[in-house]
Ligand binder design. Structure first.
Ligand code: SF4
Length: 71
């Protein structure tokens, strides 16, 4: 099991995660990245069986807003 966390307060709206991992991330009306289908909040969390492209997004996010933890 994996836990994806997105700290939206750290997002600088560069769009990299959306380019790398559009299955999981999208821009919302406030101009910040968000995890699809997760309620908008400063800190979004999503449990995932498969991390998909989120680890690539974490490694390429310039602000460190994305974290992926393995249980
Ligand atoms: S890569 Fe990081 S800083 Fe850029 S849009 Fe995604 S969460 Fe925000």
């Amino acid at each position: 099991m994996y836990l994806l966390e997105l700290d939206r307060t750290m997002c600088v709206s560069c769009g990299t995660c959306i380019d790398i991992c559009p299955e999981v991330f999208e821009f919302t009306n406030d101009g910040l990245s968000s995890i699809k289908d997760v309620e908008i909040s400063d800190l979004q969390k999503l449990e995932m069986d498969d991390p998909l492209c989120t680890e690539d997004a974490m490694e390429n996010c310039p602000s460190g807003a994305i974290k992926v933890y393995r249980d």
